[in-house]
Design a protein around this ligand. Sequence first.
Ligand code: TRP
Ligand code: ZN
Length: 865
Amino acid sequence: MSLSKAAPKTIYLKDYTPPAFTITHVDLVIELDEHVTKVSSSLKIKRQTDNGNLVYLDGEKLDLQSITLDGTLLDQQNYTLSSTGLTFAAPADEFTVEIVTLIKPQDNTELEGLYKSSGNFCTQCEAEGFRKITYYMDRPDVMARFTTKIVGDGTKYPVKLSNGNLMESGHLDDGRQYNLWVDPFPKPAYLFALVAGDLAVVEDHFVTQSGRQIKLQIFVEKGNEDKCDHAMTSLKKSMKWDEEKYGREYDLDIFMIVAVSDFNMGAMENKGLNVFNSKYVLASKETATDADFDGIESVIAHEYFHNWTGNRITCRDWFQLTLKEGLTVFRDQQFSADMNSAAVKRIEDVQRLRAAQFPEDAGPLAHPIQPQSYVEINNFYTATVYEKGAEVIRMAHTILGEENFRKGMDLYFERHDGQAVTTEEFIKALEDGSETDLSQFRNWYIQAGTPEISITDDYDEKSGSYTLRIRQDNPKAGKNAPPLHIPLKIGLLGSNGEDLIPGLDGSGTELINLKKEVEEISFHGLKERPTPSLFRGFSAPVRLRASPADDKLVTLFKNDTDLFNRWEAGQRLATQRLLQLITEKGANRLAEDFIGAFGDLLADASLEPAYKAITMSLPGEQFIGQQMSVVDVDGIHNARKEAIKTIGATYSDELMAIYEQHQNQDHNGDRSLKNMALLYLSGTEDPSILKMAREQYLTATNMTDRISALSRLVVTNHPARDECLEDFYNRWENDSLVIDKWFTLQATSSRDAALEDVSKLLGHPAFTYTNPNRVRSLIAAFASANPRHFHSRTGAGYQFLTDAIIKLNGINPQIAARLVSPLGQWRRYDDDRQTKMKDALKAILNTENISNDVYEMASKSLGDG
Ligand code: TRP
Ligand code: ZN
């Protein structure tokens, strides 16, 4: 038996073949132990295709004890073992394999497979973690019925959970306890889960539309029982919404959620047993911000919705990941829009897309929402697969319309329930269900890059016709890439801001299906030259190059009936004026049109507070950087700071009035507006305002107000800064989710000493590399949200990140790999920074025992440059 370390291998979609054998039943016995955990599995295997006689089972980092085929122990010469799997010859077309392996969950710092978090056992099997528990066909097109017997010390692990229904529990002769779980739904191994420990449970129930009562349970570490209300309410809302919106009812009699502190991602949709990062479960108004509450609502919904889009219908292979993720993100976005302000939700989703997905799509790691190849699948849980994937579903929804989209979805569920399918099968169902041709639309699945749209227009006064000439380019997709089917939602505004065209159902918005590289669209019978409102609601994930509206942004910002585009006009106007501040030397004032428009916004009493707040916010430093050919790190920071100061000084009375008016109102919209006012007021660095921020910090009754005030102080050198930071730490020392916020505040501060602060924090007793939330709160927050210091001329920011990645490569490669992407943006910076960023990537590539995860990210980021 020889174990050889395989070189990183690229997997291609074109190489997909169904396995010759499949697994129909799995019976697991997992004997949990502090030192060595024993996993015994019995697999019923069945031939599926004529393709050969070999059976291949994935397995990594396992200590194999024995294999038995139909009752006969296999000799070592009758199987081949490598570091990634096990191969043997099938004895028949149907047979049973029994395998015993040993694992050490307590030493598992990768948090993939079976591991321990705060003394409890838990699992994470997506994408390929099950192979770290036992030998198995660890691929989503192998769907089997699972039974799981969990054996362990009854006092240490009174709670023992797995998928499906609890069928039996009892004692073994040696005193250990066991629970036997049976999942009636065949599933791929990535949906397997096990949790065991001494956990508290919060219970409730939900009655489905057909009258079945479902038991709902949330398991948390003891002491956190009082922080589950919001998660439970969100779960019940999600269950109801999926019934009403999509006619989808829950299928098992029990739905469990477990909150764990050490988790690589947000949460995981394991069948009947969702495992969550505690950040997306636990909340009280003292410890969680309004944004945290919204995050919980949307992640709970996301994982719950996976039960239909992901679990009942799953992916054939990992290239199809967007089949479940893009669709489920779209569904959770729709849900959140229905529960809260739809306009604000849409703006936030587009902000996220532009901040994370646009740079990815413009850089060396660009890939279509359905990638063609990968080295490590964990690296493909990306903003493109998730967020752009959701935009693609949203476009299909726009093109088909609500009613036809639902028909397509119904057909998808009807056709494919219980199957592992491809994105092609999904599109086909939409097409057949709606009787709409989506052949050209399919190009969105295979083209990378953000399409660029250029528009010219022409108005003929005599005839009253208005013509738009629209061109689409996708430089990233190459010269011969076919044009995309792009839904353009458009409105035309008159000089008084009214909609000039009736649009669909009198909405003032028309839907135009762009299909050619260049299209001309005309509108007739217009009495004046209109101002076009383009891509209303952000109807396609494209970048709009200079458009005819550029000189009419103020009109749009004041009047657009489409609230997304109204916000968008403000952002475009602000971006242009900020870019002028940066590039036109000597221009040290913001143009008056912008200042005036900002004042009108403050005075507009018709707007919802939450919408007004988000519309007041200036485009972020990174967004502005994306608009420049070479990112001017310091110029951007200074211009933005200057703009905030100017607005704060110009409108100090109005802002103060807003601050007071929205004080003490127990509603999240009021809080965001009040705190936005505080942000501008603080920009003046007026000591009386900082005193006010200190006061807000000390007297706050909720985390939103407390942290907003503290954020204002953290960027200063005012004595209240250290005073309040210290107070914050002492107050929340024992609540790690709150302490994460304390790390992030300092990691993202723009103050001069930030880099020293961050380096010192690495040595803080509360910092640890083994907890992903903590790593994200300090290291990822610094690298992705502190452009001024991450891109410090000295290169110290890059060095800081490089050291952390090399350290994490040996602890948690998945988390290490995620930290590489900021360095992949090197092409956007000046020569000196480029050299330093590339050197950092080279140093990372030189890491001893580099993981496939980090290797793929660093080598692709470096490219051939
Ligand atoms: N399927 C999960 C979701 O989006 C994603 C996920 C959770 C995941 N944990 C993971 C992906 C670990 C890769 C590795 O809901
Ligand atoms: Zn998901």
